[in-house]
Write a protein that binds this ligand. Sequence first.
Ligand SMILES: Cc1cc2nc3c(=O)[nH]c(=O)nc-3n(C[C@H](O)[C@H](O)[C@H](O)COP(=O)(O)OP(=O)(O)OC[C@H]3O[C@@H](n4cnc5c(N)ncnc54)[C@H](O)[C@@H]3O)c2cc1C
Length: 160
Amino acid sequence: MSKSIIIIGAGMGGMSAGIYGQINGYETQIFETHTKPGGQCTSWNRKGYTFDPCIHHFFGCKSGSSVNQMWHDLGALPRELVKIEACTAVASPDGKMFVDYYDLAKLKETMLKLSPADSKMIGQYIRAIKAFDNDQVDDAINIVETDKFFIVETESGIKK
Ligand SMILES: Cc1cc2nc3c(=O)[nH]c(=O)nc-3n(C[C@H](O)[C@H](O)[C@H](O)COP(=O)(O)OP(=O)(O)OC[C@H]3O[C@@H](n4cnc5c(N)ncnc54)[C@H](O)[C@@H]3O)c2cc1C
């Protein structure tokens, strides 16, 4: 008798489980409550606008990482990955712009300019990121496996 798996939900997780299941010789069936697959990774049109909440950044995807390999296995990696300078940018009502640079020196400089009073906490934040500043930062799976946690003490004394 062939081995089979029933998967609930056709989001990226469910569809990946289906593909890996089949690669490993299982028959797979995916049950999805919505009319189309994709889960959070989808888009829709309304009144002439396209709403696109799907993935905009592929994290931890550098060539050679296990996440990169996973996207290849799934046949879901775009033909070309574009390396960008910043993760996101947020403008405050008074016109100040926070740019979440991947370059830690630039990120620190931006944050210090926006809030010099938080210099101690900004330093702790940057140091905490640097603790992951090796292959683990490019490989989300390894981050989970290494089980590293960081406590950042904020100015108000709250631990996060
Ligand atoms: C605005 C936004 C931006 C994002 N940006 C990024 C990004 O830049 N980079 C990144 O890596 N990630 C991003 N993400 C996260 C990423 O999209 C999700 O982590 C990923 O799509 C989740 O996939 P999933 O399969 O775990 O869950 P989901 O996509 O939530 O899929 C679950 C599926 O299960 C179905 N379901 C639920 N209950 C049942 C049931 N009882 N029976 C049948 N079907 C059921 C649902 O309809 C859904 O289709 C973003 C998410 C959002 C919302």
